[in-house]
Design a protein. Structure first.
Length: 281
C-alpha cells in the first residue's frame, strides 16, 4: 500500500507466544480473552511483524523480529520455529537480499524487535544488513546498555553492540524528520526512547505502533501491558496518538497482532476502537 512517496509492505517474521496476563496487565481475562483467546497455559499467539518501506531509492526495515540467534530454551519457551525467522529467505519474496536494505529503524532494543539486527557469520557477530544504517534513540540505547531490573531480560547486547562496533549505528536524540516524508515520533511509557516511524501521505499516513499499541486489542486507553514501565505515561501517550490518528486519518500498524496487521481507528461510545481493517500487502 502506498503512503505518500513510499510503498509499504507488512513483513511477517514468525509467530511466538506470550503470557496473556502479562500482555494485558490489569484488564480481566474474561475481557481480553474475547479478543485473543489463550491456551491451557494462558499463552496467547503473537506475531513478529516488520514493515518494509520502499521509495526514494531506499529499502527501509522497521524492526526485524527475534532473529535466529535465540537459545534452544528460549525458542521452546516462546514456541519460535527457526524457519519463520529467516530474514534472508523472507526478503527474497520481495526480490530483495539483506544487502539491498539501506536503513533499519529499530523502535526499541527488546529482543523480539531487534534480534534480527545481527547474525553469526564466520564465527563473528556482524550486522545482518551490511549496507544499512541502523537508527535507535539515545535514551533507549543507554537503557539497553544499563537496563533496570524489569527490562534486563529483554536486552541482549549481541543484538546491538556489534552495530556500534561496526560503525553502522546512528544514535538519534528525540523526534526528527528522518527522511523525506518519514517522521520519527517518541513514546516513553513502554520503555525509554521508543521511536515510531510515521510515513506521511497527503490523504492518509501510516503510524508504526510498536509496543505502544502492540495489537488491535490494545487500542482502548486502559488496555496496556504489564511489561510497560510507566503505565500512567502510556495512557497519556495513547490518548494523544489515537486522537491525532483520527484527526489526521492515520492507519495504525500493529507489530504483534496475531491476525490484523493494520487498521484505522474511530472513537466509540466509551473509548477508541478499530474502524476499518487495512491490508498492507
Amino acid at each position: 500500500m502506498k503512503f505518500g512517496k513510499y510503498d509499504c509492505f507488512s513483513i511477517e517474521l514468525g509467530d511466538f507466544v506470550l503470557d496473556g496476563g502479562a500482555m494485558f496487565g490489569v484488564v480481566p481475562k474474561i475481557l481480553w480473552e474475547k479478543k485473543i483467546p489463550a491456551d491451557k497455559n494462558n499463552f496467547i499467539p503473537m506475531k513478529a511483524r516488520s514493515l518494509l518501506i520502499q521509495g526514494n531509492g531506499k529499502n527501509i526495515l522497521v524492526d526485524n523480529g527475534p532473529g535466529s540467534k535465540l537459545s534452544d530454551k528460549m525458542k521452546k519457551n516462546y514456541k519460535i520455529e527457526d524457519k519463520t525467522t529467516d530474514i534472508e529467505a523472507i526478503l527474497l519474496q520481495y526480490q530483495l537480499t539483506c544487502e539491498d536494505i539501506t536503513d533499519v529503524i529499530i523502535t526499541h532494543l527488546h529482543f523480539d524487535h531487534a534480534g534480527g539486527s545481527t547474525i553469526i557469520k564466520d564465527n563473528k557477530m556482524v550486522p545482518t544488513f551490511p549496507a544499512a544504517k541502523y537508527y535507535v534513540q539515545k535514551t533507549q540505547f543507554e537503557e539497553a546498555i544499563n537496563p533496570g531490573i524489569k527490562e534486563a531480560g529483554s536486552y541482549f547486547k549481541e543484538n546491538f553492540m556489534p552495530l556500534e562496533k561496526s560503525g553502522v549505528l546512528v544514535i538519534l536524540d528525540g523526534p526528527i524528520a528522518l527522511f523525506d516524508g518519514i517522521e520519527i515520533l517518541i513514546s516513553n511509557g513502554h520503555t525509554p526512547g521508543q521511536q515510531h516511524p510515521l510515513v506521511k501521505g497527503e490523504e492518509t499516513s501510516l503510524f508504526y505502533c510498536a509496543d505502544l499499541i502492540p495489537t488491535s486489542a490494545h487500542i482502548p486507553i486502559p488496555w496496556h501491558m504489564a511489561y510497560d514501565n510507566k503505565p500512567l505515561s502510556i495512557l497519556k501517550e495513547k490518548q494523544e496518538i489515537l486522537s491525532r490518528a483520527i484527526l489526521e486519518n492515520w492507519v495504525l500498524f500493529f507489530e504483534h497482532d496475531p491476525v490484523i496487521a493494520a487498521a484505522s481507528v474511530k472513537k466509540g461510545e466509551k473509548d477508541f476502537m478499530v474502524d476499518k481493517i487495512i491490508n498492507i500487502l
